[in-house]
Design a protein around this ligand. Structure first.
Ligand code: 13P
Length: 288
């Protein structure tokens, strides 16, 4: 089936009490691995690329690969642009075929965040493209965006309600204590805050920093209204470690297929595990 907007997928997930895995990919093999994981478990899927990857590969190449994957399979797939601060790049990705975009103006004051998000909603909505925005500041490192621990800021539930009302944004990523990258110790998730936000905001919520969140904590987040879980670092590590293992055994290896095959397999298994945590197995059939 063709690529779909993530809005109806995420609305169904929130209503159905499950979550959809959104996986950052950087190569064709990574894209294929998460697609194979979703097909095998009949899960809806969100493929994501960061701004860095979009600039590295070109959004047209990524959209073409995602479109082929989507057309070849009977699961709903959305293609999402992660953490973008540049309006022009968002427009280019929409033109290339992205079905979901994130405008990250969380570093700006509230009113500026509203204005930038509104501008994106106004171009995305007529194109049938989902928009995600962030409130508060998620800590850690994601591509070129670095937020030190002492700069991370939790989202305020009243501001979340006001933000959604003013922008009409269909999905919201509130900072609730998770961070990008690998946690030192356990994440300190503010579940009470998620509950207060979810009580005031009925759009699907997005959980950033999905690498390394313990199972029980993911499940609590999902029950409270988190409908999308972003995972990047953990998948990159699994993929790269599998490649390193091949070179450790055979430093002379020079056939990319020899190291990409085990890397793809390892990534697929890791993605399946995240889909299990999300509770998305078998949910793709609801969209056929
Ligand atoms: P991790 O790198 O911690 O998995 O976070 C991913 C993310 O939130 C991308 O937006």
């Amino acid at each position: 089936m063709p690529l779909v907007s993530s809005t109806p997928l995420l609305q169904a997930a929130r209503a159905g009490g499950y979550c959809i895995g959104a996986f950052n990919v950087h190569t064709l093999e990574m894209l294929q691995a998460v697609v194979e994981a979703a097909v095998e478990t009949d899960s809806p899927l969100i493929i994501q690329s960061t701004v860095g990857t979009v600039k590295h590969l070109g959004p047209e190449y990524i959209a073409a690969a995602a479109t082929v994957a989507s057309n070849m399979n009977r699961i709903p797939i959305a293609l999402h642009l992660d953490h973008c601060t540049e309006f022009d790049l968002i427009v280019r990705c929409i033109r290339a075929g992205y079905t979901s975009v994130m405008i990250d103006a969380s570093h700006s004051p509230f009113d500026e965040n509203v204005a930038q998000t509104l501008r994106v909603v106004e171009v995305a909505r007529p194109a049938g493209v989902n928009v995600e925005a962030e409130l508060g500041k998620v800590g850690g490192v994601e591509d070129d965006i670095v937020v030190a621990d002492n700069e991370a800021l939790m989202a305020d539930p009243d501001e979340c309600a006001k933000f959604v009302e003013l922008t009409g944004v269909p999905t919201l990523a509130p900072a609730i204590g998770t961070a990008h990258g690998i946690y030192k110790g356990e994440p300190k998730i503010d579940f009470e805050r998620i509950k207060r936000i979810a009580d005031k905001v009925d759009v699907p919520l997005v959980l950033h920093g999905g690498s390394g969140i313990p199972e029980e904590q993911v499940r609590r987040c999902v029950v409270l209204g988190m409908a999308k879980m972003n995972v990047a670092t953990e998948l990159r590590i699994v993929f790269s470690d599998a490649i390193k293992a091949v070179f450790a055994q055979n430093p002379e290896e020079n056939d990319p297929r020899k190291y990409m095959v085990p890397a793809k397999k390892a990534l697929k298994e890791a993605a399946i595990e995240k889909m299990r945590l999300c509770g998305s197995f078998g949910k793709a059939k609801d969209f056929r």
